[in-house]
Design a protein around this ligand. Sequence first.
Ligand code: ISL
Length: 535
Amino acid sequence: MQTRRRWWHDRVGYEVYIRSFADSDADGVGDLDGLHERLDYLAWLGIDLIWITPCFPSPLADHGYDVADYLQVADELGGMRALERVVERAHDLGIAVLLDLVPNHTSSAHPWFIASRTSRNDPKRDWYIWRDPAPDGGPPNNWLSHFGGPAWTYDAATEQYYCHLFLPEQPDLNWANPDVAAAFEDIIAYWLDRGIDGFRIDVAHALAKHADLPDLPPAPGAGSGETLELVGNFEALHHLYDVNQPEVLDVYRAWRRVADARDGLLLGEVYLTDVNDLAPFVTSQDGLHLAFWFAPLRFDGRDPARLRRWLMEGTGLPPGCLAWITSSHDSPRAASRLGGGQRGRDLALAVAVLQFGLPGLPFLYQGEELALLDVDVPPDAAEDPIAVRAGAYDHSRDRCRTPMPWQAAPGLGFTTAPRAWLPLGDRTAEDTVEVQRSDTHSFLHRYRALVALRHDHPDLSSLEVDVEWQQAQGPVIAYRRGSLIVAANLGPDPVAWDPGQQGRVVFCTDRRREGERVAGPLELAPAAALAIHAG
Ligand code: ISL
């Protein structure tokens, strides 16, 4: 089945974690005017699509993923005018702007929920998931919150529990209620009509719940180490009824009509790592346009065959329906996950090279282009509810969310405030944009060259050019994409690798190899990746 070519298919995306990108007003928190000032940098990097993490009014129990008003912009981030300035400038630079839509839950401070909890008869009562206590007075079922503890909180005023897959301050909406669906169709139309180009959709697989809210059985793979998230016992349950219900696809069918009428992009955070679960979200012509593919985030640098399998699984879907990431504001930075140090950084770039050659929308997470490592955030500086509430410091997302290092200066060029909202960490001058930009051998320049590779070779973003996977040669993952051959050595030793084709190196993680003629086997250093133009 062929996907119709749309405006986003040849773009390169970038996640802006707004609170840590650039602070324009010296309050220690990144904001939209700060982003505005840095859009030229993103254009220089070759980025032509950004996803801005939630910028709506919020009590910040989950740093913006608890939205109190979907139609306004938080004052702390600069308000509506600041967003308009960002969109205008971004469009002048050819950069599309996605907002982060959080439809699974609202903030408990949203007027909908405030009304809903006033009485069992309130017109908004059924906008959320309320149930009577179990016979013993406990929660109605055994569902758990992603952030630890039960997925239910008792509301004494009306003597019922409400459901929240995340914090108690993030009550889940009842998507079985058509009024909720209608409200979100209006929200989507509202922003698209104001020049926003689309949405990243938060926990896009979770909106619909099984009507009977049955207990969840234990997970078949529990304890196998295969699971991603270990906060509390969330991954010990088999999530048969709380996420990935078929009705969720009806939601996107309706949104798709609203979005397509305005040429808007719907990009789902579908956190399902079995490709068969993910497929229905993106393979029908009336579902999400794109979904992030999270399985490759399980690669820790040790078993290239696993990464190869996940990349192949993703490319088994119709072309152009996936977005590729190696890190985000929810996971360890790629360079840290892949072992840290020089090798972790080199491997992160090598994996990005492999992903940038595949059909779909490649994304960078802010700071990835600098090969940043995670920052150690001490418990007394913790912000993430996973750390603060659940005490799961090992899984804290703070360490991948620390401020962007722009300059080797106090505040890292991120802020002039004496203190940023999260620690700056021990960033070195070599970590900063300023220093890396002036050094053509830096990671920043390699990522920029990688983005340019994608833009300069239409075969890579084409929906018609297949991926031809090469037989695995030891730790080397390689494929052909039209006129290009892309390869990476993910092992710890140099490898002789045969591209099976003559050509010229048009990109290499080792910049000195660019331009090299290839005629037969060549040596790939550990963590080296390259692209060869055949001919
Ligand atoms: O489902 C998961 C793994 O099985 C989770 O990883 C889940 O998809 C993820 O935590 C969802 O993240 C998003 O929604 C959260 C917010 O805290 C994150 O920052 C956001 O990216 C709640 O809105």
